[in-house]
Design a protein around this ligand. Structure first.
Ligand code: CDT
Length: 299
């Protein structure tokens, strides 16, 4: 059996002025704790190097570019790559990426033995493009990021087949089915989810429910493990939900965070347990009926 311990490193708030080096030191402390617990990999949140900057309206590249990484690793993040290689524990990291061609993405990478072996760019970008002053805070992902151009890659890592998605992607069944069809056995993701949703505040009390519902359904309906890491707590006046958790292919939550601060959560996973679902109730080859699903891919 392919059994090992996985970890997630939930982050508490990152201040607007907090330097990358400080965020990286916090990530390194959690990676060390995960290694002490014998973890094979650790999953860090979406945009884990900075405050969740899409909450602020900015105009012009000078201000915007300061939130983006033009190289990975770079000098600020190198200590995390080094520690990961030294301790023999892989990591997943979300960050804002500016490419050499000047394109901007909300990106996640998986790093094993000091090498980036998987990369994903967020496809479902939530929010809006223009400053909407009626909101308590903005959610300008559609302004700052381009839709990801890598599809939903599934790649070899940690003795199995791995996939990634980012925050809002987890609410879409198509994300999970693409990863499941790609053969993913473990999906890693990070999120920044405000407690308050300005366009429909009547749903504010459902944020934790909708998070768990999406992760558990994605895991079960595709027979895969999910490791989901939040950025949590009151960040620059905006409350972000925690609820980081690890979900089994049966849809059961096997471990979850107890705080909204920096916290390491670990659980034993067995990648061979995916077959309990994938060889039975969701045996795609035996039971899936794609001929009747045309509307799903119609524009
Ligand atoms: N980061 C991110 O994608 N957050 C969204 C917030 C709700 S949409 C404004 C999410 O789906 O959790």
């Amino acid at each position: 059996h392919r059994r090992y311990i996985v970890a997630l490193g939930q982050l508490g708030p990152i201040a607007r002025e907090e330097p990358r080096a400080s965020a990286v030191a916090r990530l390194c402390a959690m990676l060390e704790e995960a290694a002490k617990r014998g973890a094979r990999l650790i999953v860090f949140p979406e945009l884990a190097l900075t405050s969740f900057f899409p909450r602020w309206y900015m105009d012009g590249p000078a201000e915007i570019d300061a939130w983006f990484e033009t190289e990975m690793p770079n000098a600020a993040v190198q200590p995390l790559f080094d520690l990961s290689a030294d301790l023999g524990i892989a990591f997943h990291l979300g960050y804002a990426e500016k490419t050499p061609e000047g394109r901007y993405f909300n990106t996640a990478i998986f790093v094993e033995n000091g090498v980036i072996v998987g990369k994903y760019r967020k496809i479902h970008l939530p929010g809006h493009r223009q400053n909407e002053e009626w909101r308590a805070f903005q959610h300008l992902e559609k302004r700052y990021f381009e839709k990801g151009d890598l599809g939903f890659p599934v790649f070899d890592g940690a003795d199995g087949r791995l996939g990634m998605c980012i925050c809002n992607d987890r609410r879409w069944p198509e994300t999970w089915r693409m990863l499941g069809l790609g053969g993913a056995e473990l999906v890693m993701l990070g999120y920044n989810t405000p407690q308050h949703y300005p366009p429909a505040p009547e749903h504010d009390h459902l944020q934790h429910f909708h998070n768990a519902l999406s992760l558990q359904a994605g895991a079960y309906q595709n027979g895969l493990w999910v490791v989901a890491a939040a950025k949590a707590g009151r960040e620059e006046g905006c409350d972000l939900i925690g609820g980081s958790c690890i979900v089994a292919p049966t849809g059961e939550i096997v471990a979850s965070a107890a705080t909204v601060a920096d916290e390491v959560v670990t659980a034993m996973v067995d990648l061979d347990r995916c077959a309990e679902i994938r060889a039975n109730i969701f045996n795609f080859a035996a039971h899936r009926e794609p001929g009747d699903y045309g509307l799903i891919t119609a524009p």
